[in-house]
Write a protein that binds this ligand. Structure first.
Ligand code: ASP
Length: 444
């Protein structure tokens, strides 16, 4: 059967999401096999680099893609006032879905009480084992905390666009520059504007083609990523790793249940009510982006795929995807914020604390800000969780308790982050009356 799957993969007869799923499945099997055989070093030396190369290829095109699609998108707008309306709607809906996600997380953790069953002995064992790793996260969090409250605003404006273009973490600066550039392009005489517009439109097409070329390697990339992830997690003793996982099984189940509700209930509901979109079709269209989010644990690395799918498969025009999706990848993290709510309550419960309603409302506020401030990279949510815990006066050392399963939960919450971005993007396109899907429906 494995050979048949490989043949299908090589012949590329299957839809992309099936190819990626097969790559992921084979990666998991290979990772488990190599881990049992003790081939840890082999995997890290000879397989992991291909996963790293694949992520780099995706990140490589993220900044140019955002710049080109935004400049050409904005400069094609017939009406600039559309931009500010779209901007405020986008931010408003992003905050709204984030608050829903956190509230859902809090309700689940209050009802299920996952931390109550966590024994003192397990607590001690986890604290000793993950002390050093938790210290690293605390240090990263304290750097963020020492900044001015207006720092996020300051961070949006670049003082040197060439410097900003050279670092993927500066996505908001690039967005700001591109919007300003696109608006200015609309204001200069057509003879000056036209060649520049054509240049960026051309770059945009070329980069979209690059996304397609890179995605042809996706099944192999995810194979390498998942195989090496499993080997890193399990080492040469998968049984111990499994024990850690089982100990945190109830907590993980709560997070996963909440994430599943977002994907299978909240987003479909939003799409049904406001867009009248068939969710199965939506799912099929963005599934490659969801699978990439799962494999890379990074909304930023997944961004080119999300933009490509939402534009081509859902029919959202580039001036909307170029604006809404990069902002979403940076500020909208529904999965991360839901996880932060469950994790904060789990830790509080494990430490025998009873959080008042006011403290929990405080968690909604800080987790919303924290998810906006989290970078779209693996593990960023855990750093910001430190800040949520401090704000709610929950022992920060508690992050040691959830470390063991954080990576796998990170993979799942990133899927929700990316799905949330795509949902809001579709919603915005529908509200602007430019969603191809709706136009087709009207014409039927
Ligand atoms: N990995 C997540 C993302 O990139 C952020 C996090 O939750 O750690 O969206």
């Amino acid at each position: 059967m494995i050979i048949n799957c490989c043949k299908l993969l090589i012949m590329k007869k299957l839809a992309l999401h099936w190819q990626i799923l097969i790559g992921m499945g084979l990666g998991v099997l290979a990772g488990l096999g190599w881990s049992y055989m003790g081939w840890v070093q082999f995997t890290l030396d000879w397989i992991k680099p291909f996963g790293t190369i694949f992520i780099s290829l995706l990140k490589l095109i993220a900044v140019p893609l955002v710049l080109a699609s935004l400049v050409s998108g904005v400069s094609n707008l017939s009406d600039i006032s559309k931009l500010s309306r779209m901007g405020s709607r986008t931010l408003g809906i992003y905050v709204f879905t984030t608050v829903i996600a956190i509230t859902l997380g809090l309700v689940i953790a209050n009802v299920a009480q996952p931390g109550d069953s966590f024994s003192e002995e397990k607590k001690r064992q986890f604290q000793e084992q993950f002390q050093a790793k938790a210290a690293e996260k605390k240090e990263s969090a304290s750097k963020v905390q020492n900044q001015s409250p207006l720092q996020p605003l300051v961070d949006i404006v670049s003082d040197n666009i060439f410097n900003s273009l050279s670092d993927n973490r500066n996505m908001l600066k690039v967005i700001f520059f591109a919007v300003l550039f696109g608006v200015a392009l609309l204001m200069v005489p057509p003879e000056s504007a036209e060649p520049v517009q054509k240049f960026f439109a051309g770059i945009n097409d070329v980069i979209i083609k690059m996304v397609e070329i890179i995605m042809a390697a996706a099944p192999y990339g995810v194979f390498a990523l998942l195989a090496s992830l499993i080997v890193e997690f399990a080492g040469d003793n998968p049984a111990t790793a499994l024990e850690l996982f089982v100990a945190l099984g109830y907590y993980s189940a709560c997070v996963l249940f909440g994430l599943a509700l977002m994907i299978f209930a909240i987003y479909p509901l939003i799409l049904r009510i406001f867009v009248k979109f068939d969710y199965i079709q939506f799912f099929q269209a963005i599934s490659p982006a969801q699978l990439m989010a799962f494999s890379t644990s990074s909304s930023a690395a997944t961004l080119p795929v999300t933009m490509d799918r939402v534009e081509k498969e859902l029919g959202v025009p580039e001036q909307i995807t170029g604006f809404v999706l990069p902002i979403g990848a940076t500020v909208n993290m529904d999965g991360t914020s839901l996880y932060q709510a469950v994790a904060a309550l789990f830790i509080a419960q494990a430490y025998g604390m009873d959080l008042s309603l006011t403290a929990q409302l405080g968690i909604i506020a800080t987790a919303t800000l924290a998810s906006i401030g989290s970078a779209a990279v693996p593990g960023a949510g855990l750093v910001m969780l430190v800040i949520v815990l401090e704000q709610a006066k929950i022992p920060v050392d508690g992050v040691t308790l959830i470390f063991a399963v954080d990576r796998i939960l990170d993979m799942c919450r990133t899927v929700v982050n990316v799905t949330g971005d795509a949902t809001v993007c579709t919603l915005i396109a529908a509200s602007e009356g430019v969603l191809e899907y709706n136009k087709e429906l009207e014409n039927k």
